[in-house]
Design a protein. Structure first.
Length: 419
């Protein structure tokens, strides 16, 4: 363009601007391409990680349909994406359909809780804080893989998490399932070992408890055989009868405990009855040093719960045995029960030395014990904790060094075993 100096100068500026725009646009294209490749790489990298982890990872939409599943899920179900995407869990696998249906309902309940209690705040909110979309939810019912499900011969612990997509109002729900089959088998074996250990202690206590009346019976019988006066024989015979009845009650209690241990089904359990039976068993198994232990009972009439007798009795037996041992033959054992806000609350208090504050948070850990080597497995209270939680209950400890310890065990009135 050469129609004048001003027009020529303007044309040069336009040409220069055009070249700059082309250069800038070209640079932006390269940046977009680089960012696109970076996103693709990160997507593949993330997918590779998710597909490699041994835990099952699922993402479900608000309609409970699967949006994503990793390789562990495909391996468990034998289903490919074409089969499971956009289908609900019960629709995907006909095998174990009952279990998948129950799990799907749990997801639904969890999502209802999100909508009701944990709706994501708006980014315009001054208190808004971005959240990791894969961070586990803070709901009390969703801590540390406490929920379990059995699929065939495999046991899984599972946990939900919120998947928050900022551009969408409807939240997704994540589900992680961890195979705990081997852990459960090991725990079952350790539980059995703890029972056998307790049985050995119980047997020694029973032998001690039986010997006393047995020797009395032998002595009174010899006296009867040597006694010539009929009037003196009757009191001796009455003593033989009394000691025999005492031995019979020991055998009866032991037989009842053995029968309850053999039961594998839920039944109506009288909490007070189990508490008293466990107390008698604990005192019997530790009879060599319970002479100066006073027993106080404050038992209220409480509803029954559905449970395995063996497990409820094991809870009380472990705690009371520990209390008796802690008092070392002298002190006071107080038992109480009451109904409070839909829970049956049992308190077991001893006047022993108490538990140091630094140990309170550890007493339910597996293998933790303050006893001498060979005197305990360190599993008793861990088993107690697991049993109580299995029935939807909770257990806590109140203790002051030198003041004794109180175990507070709570079971919901409608307690049933949570497999």
């Amino acid at each position: 363009i050469k129609t004048g100096d001003e027009i020529e100068s303007l044309a040069e500026e336009i040409n220069t601007m055009s070249r700059l725009l082309q250069k800038t646009f070209s640079g932006l294209e390269h940046q977009v391409e680089a960012k696109t490749q970076e996103v693709i790489y990160l997507k593949k990298y993330t997918e590779s990680i998710l597909m490699s982890v041994p835990e099952i990872i699922l993402i479900l939409d608000p309609d409970l349909k699967v949006e994503y599943a990793n390789a562990a899920f495909e391996q468990l179900t034998g289903c490919l994406p074409a089969r499971y995407l956009k289908n609900t869990l019960p629709e995907i696998s006909l095998q174990h359909s009952k279990e998948w249906n129950l799990l799907s309902k749990e997801v639904g309940k969890y999502q209802s809780g999100i909508k009701k209690d944990r709706l994501p705040p708006s980014q315009s909110d001054s208190n808004y804080k971005a959240k990791d979309p894969l961070a586990p939810s803070e709901g009390d019912a969703n801590k540390d893989f406490q929920n379990t499900i059995t699929l065939g011969d495999q046991n899984f612990a599972y946990q939900f998490f919120d998947v928050v997509l900022e551009e969408e109002k409807a939240q997704r729900t994540g589900l992680i399932m961890k195979d705990i089959t081997e852990e459960k088998l090991l725990l079952d074996k350790l539980t059995q070992a703890d029972k056998l250990s307790g049985l050995g202690t119980l047997a020694a206590g029973i032998a001690h408890e039986m010997n006393n009346p047995l020797y009395s019976i032998m002595g009174f019988t010899e006296a009867i055989l040597e006694e010539k006066q009929i009037s003196k024989i009757q009191p001796l015979a009455q003593k033989v009868l009394d000691r025999s009845k005492h031995m019979a009650s020991i055998i009866l209690n032991l037989s009842g405990y053995a029968r309850s241990s053999a039961q594998d089904t839920l039944k109506e359990i009288d909490i007070n009855e189990r508490l008293e039976a466990a107390t008698e068993m604990a005192l019997m198994s530790s009879s060599s040093y319970t002479d100066d232990i006073a027993l106080e009972k404050n038992l209220s009439s409480v509803p029954s719960i559905q449970a395995k007798p063996e497990e409820i009795q094991q809870v009380f037996l472990n705690i009371i045995s520990n209390a008796v041992q802690a008092m070392e033959g002298k002190g006071k054992l107080t038992l109480s029960s009451q109904q409070d806000n839909g829970f049956i609350v049992v308190q077991i208090r001893d006047t022993g030395p108490g538990i140091p504050p630094e140990y309170i948070s550890k007493v339910f850990d597996p293998f933790f014990t303050t006893k001498e080597q060979g005197e305990g497995t360190g599993l008793g209270l861990n088993i107690v904790h697991n049993i109580v939680e299995k029935y939807g209950g909770n257990i806590k400890i109140e203790s002051e060094p030198g003041e004794g310890t109180t175990f507070v065990i709570s079971f919901p009135v409608n307690a049933k075993k949570n497999e």
